[in-house]
Write a new protein. Structure first.
Lengths: 211, 651
């Protein structure tokens, strides 16, 4: 006969009249955690904003006689390099996530610091991207749409880098508890969102102006 | 009146365990202490208890409702007779824009979230909402956005381009100055708050239900809030993007809506109505939950067709996103597209009808207890039906060409919004007021309130149908005598005064009953859902004993073991997290303490938003205090962390 799993089901006490939950864990990862739902909600909201901004881009394009309205499309070089950097940052990000779910503090610290180094690189390259867009926000509606997409995504890069820096600092200074590993795991999930949402934006900004 | 379930037992405080010893001595006091917010001025700004925040939120939205109502009276006084001189044309533009913006953005959507923030945890057997500090932050952001708009209005820089601020009128060329900028930033404030509230509600509903409350046993009001909150996530971003593009067009010279540089004015309409039509359902769906609660209680039976009701809500939510173009029939869109949107608009009648028939069946087979809350609910049937029928008329493209931008549309939208939302909302206030305050509202004043409101409403708005058919357009600040619209307009103004008096009666009723009303028991109406199992008003920790749920109307069924949960500490804000679909036990969680930092962060965010109206650089420098406030808010305390580590159980 299997032993009852009190960590999962609690225990019935007082002749089955009362359900004792004191044996349950005090934190949990993934969709078991309210934090996961909060983060998912943010991703849905921001994903919707990205999707609508892309729709606005193509809506304007469908009404234009020439596209891009500015003469040249954005230079491919920095945007493409940054796409590679961001995709590569998913590797330390995944290691940080896995370390968090093993409650492995040393590895969490290591991989979060690596992630931060990546964020410094992609923020730097992002500045170069802005210098080679070949349009200004106030040149024409095409330029406005491009700058809106880039601005929205850059805001996400900046805030995600800042969030991660705060959390990394906390993982070094403490105070620490189990729940903080859930935060690291959710931070990693959000990092994925910021990286993966770049792919359609990259495709639109850099290739939508070429085809 | 007979009520199933054991009310004596609830009075003794031993519910939900019929034979148990009740709470151990001192437990209730410890729980009250743990969940109370600190006293004093700083404590007031530190409050995070969901009931405290929700009460403030309700009062704030209601103040905006009163302000919006006063503006409506000003509009009606101006239009009461031909060549009216009450308001100048310029002030009239500001007044109707403020009226619409207030009612839509500062009242109708947020008031539903405010009521939900109070009731949802109580209905699902939870001690709190999921993210109490974020809830407080959202409230402050909302309040500051509303105050900003009214300060601007009193300084004669109130928005004046209509509540949907169509470009090019609202663009830099035709609306120079700061008026429309304040409108656009008010959108940023209110939608940010609404989005955060939606996340709090979704997480609370999906993860914090008492054990045993499967999705299939969730009160219908909670279902409406779950559906509404998901709609918010997809609808609100559209208006935030639209208003951000508008403000960048106005402030930094982008060209989203400027046809001269490849922009497009209709882009605004698409983005706005992609939000704006679902918004009607953000306003309309929560009241469907009020309806289901009130009808069940006052018919003294469960609502007929629970699965049909839930499916109808979800169907309405999906269809709501396929209707936005019916606001744009008068633009040069392809005819085929218009046909599609006509069909979608007609289709929404199906899930609405399903729900109305379920309620009629409930009332028909129940034993009716005709109290004020039910009167307001019955008014819904009459008024919404009329509003729905004129909606069907407007959904037809050919008729819409004739009626677009006339008072017929004004009549239609007020029939839908007041009939569909405000009447049930007043019913809800009468119904839950004893839970909020521990006292009953006066039934006598309630009936006066209701009949004045109902008659005044129809007198005010029915004539507008005829005025619209006669060609009176919206938003004109006056009209010449020869048009022959004077009598009907005067009638309409008399009706508006009737509404104003009825709302005044309501305010008097609330203020009087708060102090002198009849004391309410935990369950004065004999209702069946969990919020009525706890004292009125509820203790700060909501449930002294967290119940285990075995049915849709726990108070109407015989108690089933296990009755309640034990093993949550009363010394810290510990809550139970359960699984999404079946509400099986999952883990325990300590929620954060009270803190002023959400308030400080809201102030910093306000500085950023308002500063950005005057200089784009505010987004850079004002983000520093926002980041600092958010970081301090997040940073955990050493003492509480040590205690948490001591009692930690790893997954």
């Amino acid at each position: 006969m299997n032993m009852p799993d009190t960590k999962r089901d609690g225990r019935l006490v007082e002749d089955g009249r009362v359900l004792d939950v004191s044996t349950l864990p005090t934190f949990a990862f993934g969709h078991r955690s309210p934090m996961w739902w909060g983060t998912m909600g943010l991703m849905l909201i921001e994903g919707t904003v990205f999707a609508l901004a892309i729709m606005a881009y193509f809506y304007l394009r469908s009404h234009a006689t020439a596209w891009p309205m500015s003469r040249f499309p954005p230079e491919l070089i920095w945007g493409t390099i940054n796409t590679a950097v961001m995709l590569a940052s998913a590797i330390p990000n995944e290691f940080a996530r896995r370390a968090a779910e093993r409650l492995d503090l040393q590895k969490v610290r290591l991989w979060m610091v690596v992630c931060l180094l990546f964020s410094i690189v992609f923020l730097g390259v992002r500045v170069l991207e802005f210098t080679t867009l070949n349009t200004r926000w106030d040149s024409n509606a095409y330029g406005s749409a491009v700058w809106m997409l880039m601005g929205l995504h850059t805001t996400h890069l900046v805030t995600d880098a800042y969030d991660s820096a705060v959390l990394t600092t906390l993982m070094f200074t403490g105070p620490l508890e189990g729940k903080r590993y859930v935060d690291v795991s959710e931070n990693a999930a959000y990092w994925y969102f910021v990286v993966l949402s770049w792919l359609p934006i990259y495709a639109v900004v850099y290739w939508g102006a070429r085809f | 009146m007979t009520v199933r379930g054991d009310t004596d037992q609830r009075a003794r405080g031993t519910w939900p365990d019929p034979t148990g010893p009740g709470l151990p001595p001192g437990a209730a006091q410890a729980l009250e202490r743990t969940w109370s917010d600190p006293p004093g001025i700083v404590g007031w700004f530190s409050a995070v208890n969901h009931k405290t925040i929700a009460k403030r939120f309700m009062v704030t939205t209601f103040i905006f409702f009163l302000l919006g109502g006063l503006l409506a009276v000003a509009i009606r006084l101006q239009l009461a007779q031909p060549n009216g001189k009450v308001l100048s044309a310029d002030l009239y533009n500001q007044v109707f824009t403020m009226h619409g913006s207030t009612m839509m953005f500062l009242f109708a959507v947020p008031v539903m979230q405010a009521v939900a923030m109070y009731l949802v945890p109580l209905m699902i057997g939870a001690r709190s909402v999921a993210f109490p500090r974020m809830n407080a932050f959202a409230y402050w952001i909302f309040t500051m956005g509303g105050i900003m708009l009214y300060v601007a209005f009193f300084l004669d820089i109130g928005p004046d381009a209509g509540w949907f601020a169509y470009v090019p009128l609202s663009g830099p060329q035709y609306s120079p100055g700061k008026r429309v900028d304040f409108w656009a930033q008010m959108i940023t404030f209110t939608e940010l708050a609404a989005l955060m509230e939606a996340i709090v509600l979704i997480t609370t509903i999906l993860k914090m239900r008492a054990p045993g409350m499967t999705l299939n046993r969730m009160p219908l009001f909670v279902w409406t809030m779950l559906v509404t909150s998901f709609m918010v996530l997809f609808a609100m971003p559209a208006v935030m993007l639209a208003s951000t593009a508008l403000i960048t067009d106005r402030l930094v010279g982008t060209h989203f809506y400027n046809p001269g540089e490849g922009g497009d004015a209709l882009l605004w309409q698409h983005l706005f109505w992609f939000f704006g039509h679902p918004e009607v359902y953000l306003i309309f769906i929560p009241p469907l939950g009020f309806m289901s609660s009130i009808i069940a209680t006052f018919s003294r039976r469960p609502v007929v067709g629970y699965p049909a009701m839930v499916l109808a809500l979800i169907a309405t939510a999906f269809l709501a996103f396929g209707l936005w173009v019916h606001h744009m029939f008068a633009t040069n869109l392809p005819e085929l597209g218009k046909t599609f949107f006509t069909a979608a608009s007609l289709m929404i009648a199906i899930p609405t009808a399903v729900q109305i028939f379920c309620w009629i069946a409930t009332l028909w087979t129940g034993r009716i207890n005709l109290k004020t809350p039910l009167l307001f609910v019955l008014a819904f049937f009459a008024i919404l039906l009329l509003g729905g029928l004129t909606g069907l008329m407007l959904a037809s493209v050919s008729l819409d060409y004739q009626l677009h931008d006339t008072f017929f549309v004004v009549a239609h939208l007020h029939y839908v919004l007041l009939g569909g939302a405000v009447f049930p909302l007043f019913g809800a206030f009468y119904y839950w007021f004893p839970k909020f305050t521990g006292r009953m509202l006066s039934e006598r004043l309630g009936r006066w309130n209701f009949w004045l409101f109902f008659i005044g409403f129809n007198v005010a708005f029915f004539p507008m149908h005829i005025l619209g058919l006669q060609g009176m357009t919206r938003r004109i600040y006056t009209y010449p005598e020869e048009m022959g619209w004077g009598n009907l307009n005067l009638l309409s103004t008399i009706g508006a005064v009737g509404i104003a008096l009825s709302v005044l009666l309501f305010v008097v009723n609330v203020l009087r009953s708060r102090r002198h009303g009849e004391l309410a028991s935990s369950d004065p109406w004999g209702a069946g859902t969990l919020e009525w199992s706890v004292a009125s008003p509820p203790p700060m920790g909501n449930f002294p004993l967290v119940p285990v749920v075995h049915g849709r109307y726990p108070l109407w069924q015989q108690p089933v073991a296990p009755y309640h949960v034990t093993g949550l500490t009363n010394e810290y804000r510990e809550v139970l997290v359960t699984s999404v679909a079946d509400a099986k036990l999952d883990h325990r969680l300590w929620l954060p303490s009270s803190t002023p930092w959400p308030f400080v962060a809201a102030v910093a965010t306000t500085i950023l938003f308002i500063g950005s109206i005057f200089t784009p650089w505010a987004i850079v420098w004002a983000s520093v205090p926002v980041a600092v406030a958010a970081t301090v808010w997040f940073w955990p305390g050493r003492a509480i962390t040590r205690r948490r580590v001591e009692t930690e159980v790893q997954p």
